[in-house]
Structure formats: structure tokens, C-alpha cells
Design a binder for this molecule. Structure first.
Ligand code: AMP
Length: 526
């Protein structure tokens, strides 16, 4: 029997959740008793790795053998070497997933092989990053039911179902990044309409502003001007500032004792002072919110009727107040650290079928639990537009190259054989390069700069007498797992090129098998 779980595979922290048989959501604590497991791996020695808080604590002592933030490298050719083995981002993420899955299996009392997971990915992840995440799960030996966008999972955890209509804004302010997503509620479940964000804006920036305030106050209270130039001291104050910031989310004022070289002072800060020092950061997020809502409405989505908050930094009361004031709609905050994992668990449960029996749902006393167990799976969509690189027929010089998108972003998966016809450009052309491109930014534009290559290859051996303008059919299919297949075919001769396994920045089948051997041979402690 498979046991469905949801995994929020985060940049800084990961969280695992499940839906129990009585329809309640359970966050699965790690061996240290915490819901949040740092996504950090310590390559302790050949054949042995440590994942989580212990690995994070080791970072200052053994920095060259500790890897954090690997999610930022997913879908790239980045690789690290430890003890003679090369680890791509998929392999390092696979180690994190193995630790999470083994911990979950222990907590749920089942073998890890019985688990089937929904893993979340950022809504802006393109095909390569998604494919790399799916590869990480395969390397970890973890069955994946689906990859789902983090804001969609967040919406599910807030109780959005396929009966709801309209649209919602998911505002996700984490430790280092900010993402804003407009989600449209359709009878197929929640769908991402527009995504925007700032990749370097998060809780850390609030810590820095508060840290700077503390340093200044300390220096003037103790007459210790040299403190302002002491980098090590500053780092310590910034770390303490994070704790003080969290206190200010609960209390109107808080204080911190600070000492340096025999001098010390107790620095008190009020919430109002902290909010004044960080107002421009909040304002920056509102600018992004404005942009994403404009993009969504331009695509025909109704204005969001509510805001759902995720990410630890949304605990700062200023966030809710600023959004309420700006958008004048209800803003909901509920377990922002674990909302994404819970939504993934709800989706996993719906997909694995164990929650779909209406009779079981009717027996439940709580309507919320019944609704949860009866929820239908969300359909996954193509995250970004897919196209082919072609010569621009409107360019008089004939040299302009553009991308013609043939599958729009958010097309429901699977996509079956979308065929477009292109043409050879010169007489006797005996080969044609096929480059499959994916929208790189948040909007789909035909300019090359707005796209990046995901698959490429050459259709060769075309007949020698082929006139220019001969049709080449290019058909693209995308499976429910996001795997892309592209077939280019010259009609007259029937010559074909099949592209499927050359996804840039993702391990191919051979490399993945090798990584699986390496990762499965490791002793993973977490
Ligand atoms: P995440 O990346 O979603 O885990 O968010 C982590 C960020 O949330 C860190 O910057 C934390 O300092 C911040 N955070 C966690 N709890 C609170 C709180 N109570 N008040 C303000 N920020 C918080």
C-alpha cells in the first residue's frame, strides 16, 4: 500500500506533511523534533552524509564540505566533488529527499519504498528545473506522484477547492526570496496565471536593517565608534537581530543585550521603529504585487478576492496591514512555514486515490476534514511557453532569429503532439537545426533574449534536391510528468529527428543511473 506524503523542498528549509485517515493534516517532525529541516548537506566522510540542523551547525567548522541552498542551482550544470564522486544539484537534492523520506517513513511506520510524494517547486521553475527536481526524486528512489507549484500547494492548504471561483494572490516572503503569484480558481482546481518576485528580498534584509539600527544605537550609547567597523561583531548583531525581529512580531517592543570588548548596553527597539526602518522593503513587495496583479488581469483573470500568506517573514504584522491597506481584500495568515507542505500532502492524498471515497468522507464529523479527503487532484500545467527557434520571416535581411511559441504557458498537461510546420530556407539544404526553447522570464516574448534553449539537435540527411521552403513538421508532446518529446520530420523523405533526452542542465538517463548508485550507497543521517 502506498502512503502519500507532501514535501516542500525549500531553499533553506524543507517540510514534510501527510493527511491522516481521519482527514487531519499532520506535519512530520524530523528526528530532532522540528517541523523544519534545513536543506543542508554535510559530506561528513566518504560514504556518509548528514542532513539538516546538524549539517547546518557544522557549516562554520567544515565549510568546504557543507552544501546549502542547492535549490538555486537546480537545472544548471553546477557540480561539486566529494571523495572522488561528482555530485550534480539533482544528487544533492536527492540526498535531502532521502533523509526526509527516511524520516517520514520512520514516523509513519512504513518502509520508505511505500511512500509516494508530491514535491513542490517554485511557480517560476521552468522545465529544466522541474525535470531536475523530478530526477532528484528518482535518484533518491522516491516515487513521485506529481510536482506542484508552491503557491498552488499553499492555496490548497488554505482550503481552496475546485468548487471555488475567482482568483487569489499568494504572497510568499521567505528568508531570502519574495514571490507573488496570482492563482485563478477553475473547475480543474487552482491554476497559476502570473508569477513575479524578487530573488534577493526576504527576511535577511529585515535582519540587516534591524542589525544596522542596533549597531548605530550601540555605538552611540557606549561611545564605541570602532564597533561600526568590526565585521565579526556586525555579523553577530545581525544574527541576534533575527531573534529580536521575531519577538517584535509578537510584542510592541523588545530589547537585546549587546556587548563588545568589555562594554555592553541593552538596546530596546519598538515595533514602530522597526517598521519605519523596513518600510521601504515592504513597499518594494507591494510594487511587485501591483505588477503581478496587472499581468494577471491583462490575461483575463479577475482581481484577487483574497491574499494568502506563506513564508516565515509574513508573520511580521506590517505585512498583513500593508496588504489590507493596499488591496482592501481579506488577508489570511495560517502556519506560513508549513502551508506549502500541507497543500502538497492534500494533493498527494487526492492523487493517490485513498481520499476520494465519498462514503469515507461522509463518515467524518468535521466538514473541513470531509472536504479535505474528498478534494480532487489539481491538474498540472506547462509552467512556461515552449517554442522553436526560427528565422524571422518579417526581417528583410533574413538574418533575424526569433522564437515562435507553439505551446502557451499554463496549457494543461499532458500536451499531445502539437504540430507546427516550418520550412527550409535555402535550396538543397541537407540539414536543419532544431532548437526547442522555453520562455525564460515571466512573459513570453519572441525575442531570443526572453527565451532559453532546453532541447536541441540536427535533422540531417535531407534529400539533395530539396527546394527552399520545403515543409518540416515539428511536433511537441509533454507528458504529465513534464517530460518533453519533440519530433521533427521532413514530409517528402520521412526523415525524422527525435529529441527527448538532451535536456540542458539535467542529468541524462545514464548519469542519473550513476548518481542513483552513488546516492543509494551513502549512509544518510538526518
Ligand atoms: P522561510 O524561508 O519561509 O522558512 O522563512 C524564513 C524567514 O522567516 C526568516 O528570515 C525568518 O527570520 C523569518 N521569520 C520566521 N518567523 C518569524 C517571525 N515570527 N517574525 C518575523 N520573521 C520571521
Amino acid at each position: 500500500m502506498t502512503t502519500p506524503i507532501g514535501i516542500d523542498l525549500g531553499t533553506t528549509f524543507s517540510v514534510v506533511a501527510s493527511v491522516t485517515d481521519d482527514g487531519s493534516l499532520r506535519i512530520i517532525d524530523n528526528a530532532e523534533g522540528s517541523a523544519l529541516t534545513p536543506s543542508v548537506v554535510h559530506f561528513e566522510s566518504a560514504g556518509s552524509v548528514v542532513v539538516g540542523a546538524e549539517a547546518k551547525r557544522t557549516a562554520p567548522v567544515d565549510p568546504d564540505r557543507v552544501v546549502a541552498g542547492i535549490k538555486r542551482q537546480m537545472g544548471t550544470d553546477f557540480a561539486l566533488e566529494f571523495d572522488g564522486e561528482s555530485y550534480r544539484p539533482e544528487a544533492i537534492s536527492a540526498i535531502v529527499l532521502r533523509a526526509l523520506a527516511e524520516g517520514a517513513a520512520r514516523a509513519l511506520g512504513c518502509p520508505p519504498g511505500d511512500l509516494a510524494a508530491v514535491v513542490t517547486v517554485p511557480a517560476y521553475f521552468g522545465t529544466a528545473e522541474r525535470e531536475a527536481t523530478a530526477a532528484a526524486a528518482r535518484i533518491a528512489g522516491l516515487e513521485t506522484l506529481d510536482l506542484v507549484a508552491e503557491p498552488v500547494a499553499a492555496a490548497l492548504s488554505y482550503g481552496v477547492t475546485s468548487e471555488d471561483r475567482g482568483s487569489v494572490l499568494v504572497y510568499d516572503l521567505g528568508g531570502g526570496t519574495f514571490d507573488a503569484t496570482v492563482i485563478r480558481l477553475t473547475d480543474q482546481g487552482p491554476r497559476v496565471v502570473a508569477v513575479d518576485g524578487a530573488s534577493r528580498l526576504g527576511g535577511l534584509d529585515f535582519d540587516e536593517r534591524l542589525g544596522a539600527l542596533l549597531l548605530e544605537r550601540y555605538a552611540s550609547m557606549t561611545d564605541d565608534e570602532a564597533a561600526l567597523d568590526d565585521e565579526e561583531f556586525a555579523l553577530r548583531v545581525y544574527a541576534d537581530a533575527e531573534e529580536l525581529k521575531k519577538k517584535l512580531s509578537r510584542a510592541e517592543s523588545a530589547a537585546l543585550p549587546i556587548s563588545r570588548g568589555g562594554k555592553s548596553a541593552r538596546i530596546a527597539v519598538t515595533r514602530a521603529e522597526f517598521e519605519a526602518a523596513t518600510a521601504s522593503l515592504v513597499h518594494e513587495t507591494l510594487r511587485v504585487v501591483d505588477r503581478v496583479i496587472s499581468a494577471a488581469t491583462a490575461l483575463g483573470a479577475p482581481a484577487p478576492s483574497q491574499v494568502l500568506l506563506t513564508g516565515g517573514s509574513t508573520r511580521m504584522p506590517a505585512i498583513t496591514l500593508a496588504l489590507q491597506d493596499y488591496l482592501r481584500v481579506p488577508v489570511r495568515l495560517s502556519d506560513p512555514d508549513t502551508a506549502v507542505a500541507k497543500g502538497a500532502a492534500i494533493h498527494a492524498r487526492a492523487l493517490s486515490g485513498t481520499g476520494a471515497e465519498p462514503a469515507a468522507a461522509r463518515l467524518l464529523s468535521s466538514p473541513a476534514a470531509a472536504r479535505l479527503l474528498a478534494s480532487r487532484p489539481v491538474r498540472s500545467v506547462v509552467p512556461r511557453a515552449i517554442g522553436v527557434k526560427i528565422h524571422d520571416s518579417h526581417d528583410p535581411s533574413g538574418k533575424g532569429i526569433i522564437v515562435e511559441h507553439i505551446i502557451p504557458a499554463n496549457a494543461p498537461l499532458p500536451v499531445r503532439e502539437v504540430t507546427t510546420t516550418f520550412a527550409t530556407v535555402v535550396d538543397g539544404q541537407n540539414r536543419i537545426r532544431i532548437e526547442l526553447m522555453e520562455q525564460a522570464g515571466s512573459v513570453a516574448g519572441s525575442d531570443l533574449a526572453f527565451n532559453r534553449r532546453i532541447l536541441d539537435g540536427e535533422l540531417t540527411g535531407l534529400p539533395a534536391d530539396l527546394p527552399s521552403g520545403s515543409p518540416i513538421d515539428v511536433s511537441v508532446s509533454i507528458g504529465t510528468d513534464g517530460r518533453i518529446e519533440c519530433v521533427a520530420r521532413e514530409r517528402g523523405s520521412g526523415r525524422e529527428l527525435v529529441l527527448e533526452s538532451y535536456m540542458e542542465g539535467v542529468a541524462d538517463a545514464h548519469e542519473a543511473a550513476e548518481l542513483r548508485r552513488v546516492v543509494s550507497g551513502l549512509l544518510v543521517k538526518g
